[in-house]
Design a protein around this ligand. Structure first.
Ligand SMILES: Nc1nc2c(c(=O)[nH]1)N[C@H]1C(S)=C(S)[C@@H](COP(=O)(O)O)O[C@H]1N2
Ligand SMILES: [Mo]
Length: 353
């Protein structure tokens, strides 16, 4: 863990802009990302966790629930896990040609400890109807300047909503959630993109069809079912909601512009969505040859895993690359794969010295 690091603010909270922040990669060189170093992704305002906050469970349920955060905590068993949180648009900056959207570098990702209750326990208490296929999430944040327009209302397929790892969290890294990260309650949906991790949760609606809330439809957080090339028309092309994150790795040391030569220690983290990481390799010759990195065992299913290697850089300036492969044998591509909204860029991470 470095002594100090800076957090690059990509978009400052100008009156007409949501707050979005991205840390320098040095800030991510720790198994648990410090709360102040975790990226922030807001689509609208930051609501206040005012007194009287109620979480409602409505829709296709036998017994609708209305609970304060305190009642939620006392009524259901506490569940805790460590999980990566990554924005689907992380790495968008590397796409060519460029696509619109938040121009994230490689830092819209982190790994934190989450404490809450299982969404499944709450849904079972409410009594989910057999027709349920999806849950929709609702929050009070709104488009800046448009108080009536929800900023984001996403959801989860019912199977993921009922999965043991899906939480309604009230704490992060052992402390109450901060306003920027969704206080008082947020969804934790390991393996899904950050967009599914609804912040400032106020209502969970059980539905008999895929949710169609703000930024659930159109091209938002969706991938074309078949690959598109830049300039291709998107009309009539089926786009599917992103429900899984690809295998990926990040070199956290050395940093871009490093001066070390000779035998250089390389380290970072590897993670994946629902298909676990199998191995990590590193290269110093542009991907012509790869050597295995030492990968820490999977201590926690959804946490990122440390990798370490030693590379011979005595030949001079080099570009270091890391490539993770999942248990299906799918490896990170060498270059970003273009798509209309710039999602799921899991190209190998390159650090130049
Ligand atoms: N209510 C609400 N929840 C939200 C968002 C939002 O704009 N509003 N942004 C989502 C997106 S796109 C991401 S990547 C994560 C980011 O979580 P963080 O800001 O805690 O890092 O929150 C998600 N939850
Ligand atoms: Mo996101």
């Amino acid at each position: 863990m470095p002594d100090s690091y800076h957090i690059e603010v990509l978009r400052q909270a100008a009156p007409d802009e949501p707050v979005n922040t991205e840390p320098a990669i040095a800030a991510l060189d720790a198994p648990l990302t410090p709360t102040e170093a975790l990226f922030v992704r807001n689509n609208g305002t930051v609501p206040e966790a005012e007194a009287g906050w109620t979480l409602s469970v409505t829709g296709l349920v036998a017994r609708p629930l209305h609970l304060s955060p305190t009642a939620l905590r006392s009524r259901f068993p506490t569940a805790e896990l460590t999980s990566v949180l990554e924005c689907a648009g992380n790495g968008r900056r590397h796409l060519s040609p460029a696509v619109e959207g938040q121009q994230w570098g490689d830092g819209a990702v982190g790994c934190a400890r989450w404490t809450g209750v299982r969404l499944a326990d709450v849904l079972r208490e409410a009594g989910v109807d057999a027709r349920a296929v999806y849950v929709g999430f609702h929050s009070p944040d709104h488009v800046i300047g448009k108080p009536g327009a929800p900023a984001l209302s996403r959801g989860l397929p019912i199977a993921k909503a009922l999965a043991a790892e899906t939480l309604i969290a009230f704490a992060m890294n052992g402390e109450a959630l901060t306003p920027l990260h969704g206080a008082p309650l947020r969804i934790v949906a390991p393996g899904f993109p950050g967009s599914a991790w609804q912040k400032w949760l106020r209502e969970i609606r059980v539905l008999d069809r895929e949710h169609d809330g703000a930024k659930m439809t159109g091209l938002d957080y969706r991938m074309p079912r078949t690959p598109l090339k830049p300039g291709d028309a998107t009309e009539g092309v089926p786009f599917d909601v992103i429900t899984d994150m690809p295998v990926k790795s990040l070199i956290t040391a050395p940093q871009e512009g490093f001066a070390a030569r000779g035998k250089v220690s390389v380290r970072g983290f590897a993670w994946s969505g629902h298909v676990p990481v199998a191995q990590v390799e590193v290269s110093a010759d542009g991907g012509a040859s790869w050597q295995p990195a030492c990968l820490a065992p999977e201590a926690e299913r959804w946490a990122w895993r440390r990798f370490e290697a030693e590379l011979d850089l005595s030949a001079g300036p080099a570009e270091i690359m890391a490539r993770a492969t999942d248990t299906n044998g799918t490896a990170q591509p060498l270059d970003a794969v273009w798509n209309p909204r710039g999602y799921l860029n899991n190209a190998v991470h390159r650090v130049r010295g």
